[in-house]
Design a protein around this ligand. Structure first.
Ligand SMILES: [Zn+2]
Length: 249
């Protein structure tokens, strides 16, 4: 059976099972009282990212009392985007949440993911004109049948009240998956494959994705948005890699 058919079948079975069995935790097989929740013991293990972080890319920093402090990487070469924030550090729990979302098509966590993302980036979202999901090439979309970044952008829009524009960014060249590539390979792989709509001119745009790994995809989106005349470009993800060992995971 093709992957897309498997996912559709799983989705249909999941909807059917919701009518028969109580909902399951987002992080285990434990039954919970409503969809989209996590039992307290595992909730306590989630690693939420909060200050102090790099004022630019959101990388965790040691406490230094300076909210404008930036990490060594951003001090060495400022990214093309203005700021990036994430709700969670990418660890085993975040990996499970993201794989269930992007490979399993599991949607019941979206409202809670959106609330975490709003909490991680409230000032950024207040400034934003709109939210733009990281685009997926149409051929990949045809196989997958959904773009998890668009799901997150829509949930975020419903949570914070800012509009989301699914057509603001488009991917016009199909590139291989970023999984397993190093930081420089990721930059080369995604570079020049994304285009921004003319309606981004003069706008403050928040680009949404599931995970910030090396920042290569956000940089490619930011380059396209700058070219289209965007006033500011920010990135917001559900999770962010904070250990280099997780880059190829
Ligand atoms: Zn930084």
């Amino acid at each position: 059976m093709r992957a897309s058919a498997q996912i559709r079948k799983r989705g249909a079975l999941s909807k059917l099972s919701d009518l028969i069995w109580p909902p399951r935790s987002l992080l285990s097989d434990a039954f919970v009282d409503r969809p989209g929740v996590i039992e307290p013991a595992l909730w306590a293990e989630l690693h939420f990212l909060s200050a102090p972080v790099c004022a630019c890319c959101g990388f965790p920093l040691p406490e230094n009392g300076d909210p404008e402090a930036v990490c060594g990487a951003c001090a060495g070469a400022k990214p093309v985007y203005d700021t990036a924030r994430a709700a969670l550090a990418y660890d085993d729990h975040a990996r499970r949440l993201i794989l269930d979302l992007k490979r399993g098509g599991r949607r019941d966590g979206l409202p809670v993911f959106a609330r975490w993302m709003v909490a991680a980036a409230a000032p950024m979202l207040e400034r934003a004109d709109f939210i733009a999901p990281t685009p997926m090439h149409w051929t990949r979309l045809a196989v997958r049948s959904f773009n998890q970044a668009a799901w997150l952008a829509q949930a975020l829009s419903e949570s914070c009240g800012k509009p989301w524009k699914p057509g603001a960014l488009t991917r016009f060249k199909r590139r291989k998956s970023q999984a397993g590539l190093s930081a420089s390979e990721r930059r080369r792989n995604v570079g020049g494959a994304i285009r921004a709509s003319a309606r981004c001119k003069g706008k403050i745009v928040v680009v949404v994705d599931d995970v910030f790994t090396t920042g290569a995809t956000l940089e490619a989106c930011a380059r396209a948005l700058r070219k289209a005349g965007a006033a500011e470009v920010h990135g917001l993800t559900l999770a962010r890699v904070v250990r280099p060992a997780d880059i190829v995971a």
